[in-house]
Design a protein around this ligand. Structure first.
Ligand code: CTP
Length: 212
């Protein structure tokens, strides 16, 4: 039975210099909703969050981080006591190779060299010690095919796939359509749900899975 859950949420920020960073549009909403739903179901919840404007749900232990590297460290620190990890965070895939200690002045730089960030979820998937691992996938095309690939490559129990279209943003407080695929290939479409409702449905499904 799942008692301790670790949820990640929000974007990460990758520093260019003390005043500038690379990030993404994630608001953290779905992660905070999942943390809140888990708390209401009596679970002990750790929420590792990148910078957001949201307040941590009551009774949830909030661990605030900034970069992907910070998030990785926090996740690895708390993972041992978690029997479920839900990675909703929009981890920046790249970071500047060099971050300047002082503000870069004009004319400054023309190009920023990027290096790949560690894939936190794939790393957790490889650890695989009696734990349910849940990932999210954000895709602009081939939604299910790409999500299935992530489920397999990252050794997940469930993947929640979100389609991003030019007309419909998944960022902020919107109604979403997602597809959940579990490790047995069962597929559940969840249509037209607010993130608070969606979080509850996802959590219910996760809590039904057996730890193996
Ligand atoms: N993720 C992660 N660490 C990263 C990148 C992603 O832990 N460096 C996690 C996300 O939290 C999410 C899942 O992996 O649960 C899928 O993220 P997504 O951005 O959709 O996919 P990527 O694996 O980054 O692949 P791509 O950007 O090529 O689609």
């Amino acid at each position: 039975m799942i008692k301790n859950i670790l949820v990640t949420a929000g974007p990460t920020r990758e520093k260019i210099d003390p005043v500038r960073y690379i990030s993404n549009y994630s608001t953290g909403k779905i992660g905070y909703e999942i943390a809140s739903a888990a708390k209401s179901r009596g679970l002990s919840v750790i929420l590792v969050s990148g910078p957001t404007r949201l307040a941590a749900p009551e009774g949830v232990k909030l661990v605030s981080v900034e970069s992907a590297d910070d998030m990785r460290k926090a996740v690895l620190k708390f993972i041992r006591r978690s029997d479920c990890v839900v990675m909703t965070a929009a981890v920046a895939d790249w970071r500047p190779k060099y971050s300047a200690r002082r503000k870069i002045k004009k004319p400054g730089i023309r190009n920023i060299e990027l290096v790949e960030n560690p894939d936190i979820l794939a790393e957790i998937g490889r650890l695989k010690k009696k734990r349910i691992t849940v990932g999210f996938a954000l895709e602009t095309e081939n939604l299910e095919k790409n999500a299935l690939k992530k489920l397999k490559d990252k050794n997940l129990d469930i993947i929640v796939a979100n389609r991003l279209t030019p007309k419909k943003s998944v960022f902020g407080d919107n109604v979403l359509d997602v597809v959940m695929i579990d490790r047995f290939g069962n597929r559940t479409g969840i249509l037209n749900k607010r993130k608070s409702k969606l979080a509850k449905i996802i959590l219910d499904k996760v809590l039904k899975l057996r730890i193996h």
